[in-house]
Design a protein around this ligand. Structure first.
Ligand code: UGA
Length: 463
C-alpha cells in the first residue's frame, strides 16, 4: 500500500510540498493551525503568489488525494510519514532562530502518534535541533522516528524545485527511515537526482551552509560593485567574466540591491548565533561582513537616488518605485531590500509612490504611509527620480520613451542591473546603476559589442 503523508505547516514550503507529493500519486493531508488558510487551500486557492502552484493544488483536490485540516488528531491517525514545514523566523531582538512554531508542532503532534511512523523535518533549523527533537519524540511517541530532509526550494520556483530538486539530503538514524525517504522520492531519484544519506546534524548543516554560501556569493559580487564604483569599473562585465570560470559559475552572481526574503538574511544570522553557542563563532565571523555588505547596498541605493534628485535632495522630490517584493515572481516582502529603500526615502522627506505587480496588498499593510499605484506608469507620474528595485519582467521590458513621457525628469536608478543602459540613455534618461560607471543622457559614445553575452557597454566619461 502506498504511504500516506501529512504536511504540517502550509506556507510556501508546506503548500508546495503537499501539492507536489499529491501530484506524484501520494495521499496527502495538509495541516495548519490557521483555519482561514486551511479553508482557502481546501477551496483551491493559494493565499500567496507562487507561479504554477494553484493549478497543481486544484488537481490534487480534484483527484481526491489532497485535503487540508486543522485537526492534529486526524493527521496523527492518517500519516505514515509527517513532514514538518513550519516557519523558523528570526527571533525578535536576537540573531537566533525562533523555534516556537516547530516546538508547538511537535508538542501537538507527538502525544497523538499511536502507530509507527516517520516524522521528517523539512524546515531550516540550527544544527542540533533534530537531535533534541528526536529525544523528545522517543519519550512522547515511542513508535515514531525522526529524520531530517531539508528543502532547497526557491520562492517563485517552488513547484519545479520540489518536483525536480538538485539533490535530496536524507539525514537518518536507521535503514528503515532511509528506505521510506527513498520510496517517497523514487521519481526524482529515477530521473537522476542525487540522494545523499547523512546523519541528522549534517543534514541540518547542509541547508544552512548552502544558504550561507549563496548569501556570500551575492555579497562577494556586491563588494566588487563597491570597488567598481570607486575604480570606475563595470561590475556587470566583471560578473560576466568571473562567471565563465566553471569553478565560480554565473548563478547567484547578479550584482544589485542584494538579498532579502524570509530565508537568506535570517539564516546567516541564525547560523552565526549557533556557531557562537558551539564555541566556533570565529569560523563564521565572515558572515557578519556578508550581512554588512548586503545592508550597505541599500544605503548606496538611497545615496544614488538622492544624487539624482538634485541639489535639494529628497526635499520636495517625487520618487517612483518599481517593485517592492524581495524578488520577482513572489509577493513576499519579508526583509525586502526594495521596501526598505522605499521606506527610507519616504522617511527622508520624498513623496514615494510604489508599484509592484503582486505585492502591493502586503506592502500597504506593512507600510500604509507610502503611496501605492496601480501601474508602473502611474507610479512614475511626475517623478523626479525612478527606482527599479525588483526585477519583474514588466520592468525589465519597460519602454523608456513611454515612461519618459510620464515623469517630470528622466532620472533612473537600476537597482537590479537589468536595464540596457544604452537604450535608456538613447531616450535621454540619466541612468545610474549599482557598481557601474556613470552613463550620461544625450551622448552616444557607448557601444554595444554583439556577442552571446549581455550588451558590452563602453561607458562615457563622467562630466
Ligand atoms: C533561498 C535559497 O536560494 C533556496 O535554495 C532556499 O531553499 C531558500 O532560500 C530557503 O531557505 O527556503 P529564496 O529566498 O526563495 O531561496 O530566494 P533566492 O532566489 O535565493 O534569492 C534571495 C535573494 O537574493 C533575493 O532577494 C534576490 O533578489 C537576491 N539575489 C539572488 C541577488 O541579489 N543576486 C543573485 O545573483 C541572486
Amino acid at each position: 500500500m502506498s504511504l500516506r503523508l501529512t504536511v504540517l505547516g502550509t506556507g510556501y514550503l508546506g503548500t508546495a510540498q503537499a501539492a507536489c507529493l499529491a501530484s506524484l500519486g501520494f495521499e496527502v493531508l495538509g495541516v495548519d493551525t490557521d483555519p482561514r488558510r486551511v479553508h482557502a487551500l481546501g477551496g483551491g486557492v493559494v493565499p500567496f503568489h507562487e507561479p504554477g502552484l494553484e493549478p497543481l493544488l486544484q488537481d490534487g483536490l480534484r483527484s481526491g488525494r489532497l485535503s487540508f485540516t486543522t485537526d492534529y488528531a486526524r493527521a496523527a491517525s492518517f500519516g505514515d510519514v509527517h513532514f514538518i514545514c513550519v516557519g523558523t523566523p528570526q527571533a525578535t531582538g536576537s540573531y537566533r532562530a525562533d523555534l516556537t512554531q516547530l516546538e508547538a508542532c511537535i508538542s501537538m503532534l507527538a502525544p497523538l502518534l499511536e502507530r509507527r511512523c516517520l516524522v521528517v523535518g523539512k524546515c531550516t533549523v540550527p544544527v542540533g535541533t533534530a537531535a533534541l527533537l528526536s529525544e523528545r519524540l522517543s519519550l512522547l511517541a515511542p513508535g515514531a522516528e525522526l529524520a531530517w530532509c531539508p528543502e532547497f526550494l526557491r520562492e517563485g520556483h517552488a513547484v519545479s524545485d520540489t518536483l525536480r530538486p538538485d539533490r535530496i539530503v536524507a539525514g537518518v538514524g536507521s535503514a528503515r527511515a532511509e528506505a521510506i525517504l527513498r520510496d517517497i522520492h523514487a521519481e526524482p531519484i529515477a530521473n537522476g537526482t542525487p540522494f545523499l544519506v547523512t546523519d541528522l546534524a549534517t543534514a541540518e548543516l547542509v541547508k544552512v551552509a548552502a544558504n550561507a554560501f549563496l548569501a556570500t556569493k551575492i555579497s562577494f559580487i556586491n563588494a566588487m560593485a563597491e570597488v567598481c564604483e570607486a575604480a570606475h569599473g563595470d561590475v556587470m562585465l566583471l560578473a560576466e567574466a568571473l562567471g565563465h570560470d566553471p569553478r565560480i559559475g554565473p548563478a547567484g552572481l547578479r550584482p544589485g540591491l542584494g538579498f532579502g526574503g524570509g530565508c537568506l538574511p535570517k539564516d546567516i544570522r541564525a547560523f552565526m548565533a549557533r556557531a557562537g553557542e558551539l564555541g566556533v563563532d570565529q569560523a563564521l565571523s565572515f558572515l557578519r561582513e556578508v550581512d554588512a555588505i548586503n545592508m550597505r547596498r541599500r544605503a548606496r541605493m538611497v545615496d544614488l537616488a538622492r544624487e539624482l534628485a538634485g541639489p535639494a535632495g529628497f526635499d520636495g522630490a517625487t520618487v517612483g518605485v518599481l517593485g517592492v517584493a524581495f524578488k520577482p515572481d513572489s509577493d513576499d516582502i519579508r526583509d525586502s531590500p526594495a521596501l526598505d529603500v522605499a521606506k527610507t526615502i519616504h522617511d527622508l522627506g520624498a513623496t514615494v509612490t510604489v508599484y509592484d505587480p503582486v505585492a502591493i496588498p502586503q506592502a500597504r499593510n506593512a507600510h500604509p504611509e507610502l503611496r501605492y499605484a496601480g501601474s508602473a506608469i502611474e507610479a512614475v507620474q511626475d517623478a523626479t527620480v525612478v527606482l527599479l528595485l525588483t526585477e519583474w519582467a514588466e520592468f525589465r521590458d519597460a519602454d523608456p520613451e513611454l515612461l519618459g513621457k510620464a515623469v517630470a525628469e528622466r532620472n533612473i536608478v537600476d537597482g537590479r542591473n537589468v536595464l540596457d543602459p544604452a537604450r535608456w540613455r538613447a531616450a535621454s534618461w540619466h541612468y545610474r546603476a549599482l557598481g557601474r560607471p556613470l552613463f550620461r543622457a544625450g551622448r552616444s559614445r557607448s557601444r554595444c559589442t554583439p556577442g552571446p553575452g549581455r550588451c558590452r557597454l563602453r561607458p562615457v566619461a563622467a562630466r
